[in-house]
Design a protein around this ligand. Structure first.
Ligand code: DLL
Length: 433
């Protein structure tokens, strides 16, 4: 079902006109209300009146994650603080969070974008959505929640974890849609098999999975284990959260909610705008956002866009499933982690050397497991074993509190981690996604 045919199946010329009108408004607003953007536009020599067509978006400067970090917490706010109704955050490169502030209209638009997303997976008001994305600062939980509300469906706000309770609830209430990360879906399937739940005999029909990379093979596995259709959904905190793009029944690319988010692909080296079908970095401009609107935000996600017609009848541009990222960000059990965060945390721990290796794997449980190998200073290594054990658990605790994920620490002798003459290899990612 198409939730909002007026916008989703809009004639493309009319949509471009709408996007242009929204873009022009946005640039005027940012120039008038956000000193950060006024300075950025002045530095680029662009005035709002220079935006005379949609293609003129290429004149505008990019916004980067560093810009967000430097303006923490409210430097990009484009509305009075009193109009902010909700805040979400995700971890930044050095631990300074990335903030998204929403007005009432923003929350409503988010609900609409997510209702379209759930409808893309066949969702309607008769559905019972079991939402196992984390509720809180992460956008997954509340994003799906608002979408299910706009759709008029029944929402079970489970949040993540507590797998036996998830399964019991799924069976008892006859949940028809499942929303969680794809790796958690596989983990839950495993638990179901071990504890005697017959997933295929339940009422589940479809699931919306995202927030981390996954593959066609994982899709097939989830579909086979649950007996459902599995759909890819995409979004990021900076650009509202989930609901930026979603798959329809064709499962052939993700439809971008183009009246809300203007998508471009650029060459990550030169910043040049690339054409349809060309692979590069995905860039978004939030066309209607009021709280923290962003101009040409560089997502660091790599994909390409296509405009060929889709059998579902939506006319929106589609992005391909992601190919990866331009930076070293890892997504571990849905949490964004940068190796630099680990490095910063290690520097503060006495007894360790700044030589480390992060080994990520997906264990038999399908959940991400991380082993952090850390070199210990020579004087510590000759110490008794108890001292090492104390150090090991101290590092684990620091990492847990700084990164928000549990990882296993393995202390290694000085000079055992391979040195590099170029860019140090800090991560071995063995996950076969
Ligand atoms: O992960 C928002 C979200 C929640 C999306 C629930 C889908 C479902 P962040 O925590 O800010 O926001 O992480 C955003 O996660 O730039 C991508 O690199 C990655 N990502 C998100 N969805 C997908 C996906 C949420 N479907 C970052 N496939 C993005 C691959 C994804 N990677």
């Amino acid at each position: 079902m198409i939730f909002n045919p007026e916008y989703e199946s809009m004639e493309t010329g009319a949509r471009s006109a709408l996007q242009f009108a929204r873009l022009k408004n946005l640039v005027e607003k940012l120039y008038g209300k956000v000193p950060f953007y006024r300075a950025k536009l002045d530095a680029a020599g662009v005035k709002p009146k220079d935006i005379r067509s949609l293609a003129d978006i290429a004149l505008l400067p990019f916004t980067t994650k560093d810009d967000l970090r430097e303006t923490f917490p409210y430097g990009l706010l484009a509305c009075p603080e009193s109009e902010v109704e909700e805040i979400h955050m995700s971890s930044g490169t050095t631990g300074v969070p990335v903030v998204d502030a929403y007005t009432r209209n923003d929350v409503e638009a988010w609900g609409e974008a997510m209702a379209r997303t759930l409808a893309g997976a066949g969702g309607c008001r008769n559905d019972t959505v079991q939402n196992c994305y984390g509720y809180g600062l992460f956008t997954g939980g509340l994003g799906v929640h608002y979408g299910a509300k706009s759709l008029g469906a029944n929402i079970i706000p489970m949040s993540s974890g507590n797998t036996q309770k998830q399964l019991m609830t799924m069976k008892a209430f006859g949940s028809t849609m499942l929303t969680c990360t794809p790796s958690y879906a596989l983990f839950m399937a495993e638990e179901a098999a071990e504890t005697g739940y017959d997933l295929k005999g339940m009422k589940l029909r479809a699931g919306c999975f995202g927030a981390e990379p996954w593959s066609e093979n994982m899709r097939k596995e989830i579909e086979a284990k649950y007996g459902i259709d599995a759909f890819d959904i995409y979004g990021l905190t900076e650009i509202t959260g989930p609901g930026v793009a979603f798959e329809c029944e064709a499962k052939d690319g993700l439809h971008v909610n183009e009246d809300l988010f203007f998508a471009e692909i650029i060459d990550p080296e030169t910043g040049r705008v690339l054409g349809e079908g060309e692979k590069g970095e995905l860039v978004f401009t939030t066309l209607l956002k009021e709280g923290t609107p962003l101009l040409r935000y560089r997502t660091r996600d790599i994909t390409f866009l296509r405009r060929d017609p889709c059998s579902c009848g939506r006319t929106t541009v589609r992005m391909n499933r992601l190919f990866g990222r331009t930076d070293d960000m890892l997504i571990i059990r849905g949490v964004n982690v940068f190796p630099s965060q680990i490095e910063h945390a290690l520097i503060e721990i006495e007894g360790t050397d700044p030589h480390y290796l992060i080994v990520v794997d997906r264990g038999p449980t399908h959940l991400d497991e991380v082993e952090l190998q850390v070199e210990v200073k020579r004087e510590f290594f000759s110490d008794e074993t108890r001292g090492l054990e104390v150090l090991r658990s101290r590092i684990e605790n620091v990492m847990k509190s700084k990164l928000g994920i549990a990882l296993k620490v393995k202390l290694v002798e000085p000079k055992t981690i391979e040195r590099s003459i170029g860019k140090a290899k800090r991560v071995i990612d063995k996950r076969k996604i």
